[in-house]
Write a protein that binds this ligand. Structure first.
Ligand code: MG
Length: 259
């Protein structure tokens, strides 16, 4: 079990490591930097956190990355900090040329997801509160506001539609995602950043990744290859391969300590 970071006996040592440069600081967005909102469109980073990340991103020896399940263009628009590396669709798309999947592949997947979207959209009117997002190659079915006794039924209809296509089903927090069958994950995203050696970063240098949900586990696992100054932080409860655990909203406290 990952121990709660701020009561760990090695917290000070980890903080000192994360202050060293060059360093990579990578974050999931929803539930990690931005509190989970009622609908995906309402999510926003607290102002103080935004200002800190903006300042950090201006430091040439600190690489900031945000690795999200959201559509890339939407993520960039929500955050609007230019010198950050963005990954969307769980590592499939990126603001950096050469990262993630190729254009041709993305187009094929997006064609498939548009077909799925047409079929699945009727569930929005059938299940009150259900929000369906077409995020390029990924379709998200949000059920946070759906009646609890209807969720199972909704889930099996989603599974049925998914079964007619070449996609995997992934469960997140109050969301079911239909993703193309691919090896791209948040883990491959982090590995791509590590391999690129931005700012001269090498395996002995600090690498932080924080996330709150199931898809972030791919990231935590990938980090095991990165060296002894790489640390995974799981926000909130649940099984995890991360090194440490933080409570909701505490990422801000951690960032303040490592500036
Ligand atoms: Mg998240």
């Amino acid at each position: 079990m990952a121990e709660y970071f701020f009561s760990s006996s090695i917290a000070d040592k980890v903080i000192n490591s994360l202050r060293m440069k060059p360093r990579i600081l990578a974050f999931d967005f929803d539930g990690t930097l931005a509190p989970i909102a009622d609908s995906p469109a309402e999510a926003a980073m607290p102002g103080e956190l935004r200002r800190l990340l903006e300042n950090l991103s201006l430091d040439n020896n600190t690489v900031i990355a945000i690795v999200s399940g959201r559509r890339l263009s939407e993520l960039e628009q929500m955050i609007r900090i230019p010198s950050i590396i963005y990954f969307g669709n769980h590592g499939m798309t990126s603001s950096v040329e050469g990262f993630g999947a190729g254009r041709e592949q993305l187009r094929k997947w997006s064609d498939e997801s548009s077909m799925i979207h047409e079929k699945i959209l009727c569930l929005e009117s059938k299940y009150k509160g259900c929000i369906i997002e077409n995020k390029g190659p990924v379709i998200s079915v949000h059920y946070r506001k759906v009646d609890a006794d209807k969720v199972k039924e909704l889930g099996s209809l989603v599974k049925e539609i998914a079964g007619e296509h070449d996609v995997d089903l992934k469960n997140g927090k109050m969301v079911i995602e239909l993703k193309p069958r691919t090896n791209f994950t948040k883990g491959t995203a982090l590995s791509e950043i590590a391999l690129k050696r931005f700012a001269g970063w090498s395996k002995d240098d600090p690498f932080l990744f924080a996330g709150d949900d199931n898809t972030d586990e791919d990231g935590f696992r990938a980090m095991k290859d990165f060296g002894e100054r790489s640390f995974g932080f799981k926000i909130g409860d649940g099984e995890t391969s991360a090194d440490f655990r933080l409570l909701d909203g505490e990422i801000l406290n951690l960032i303040k300590l490592i500036i």
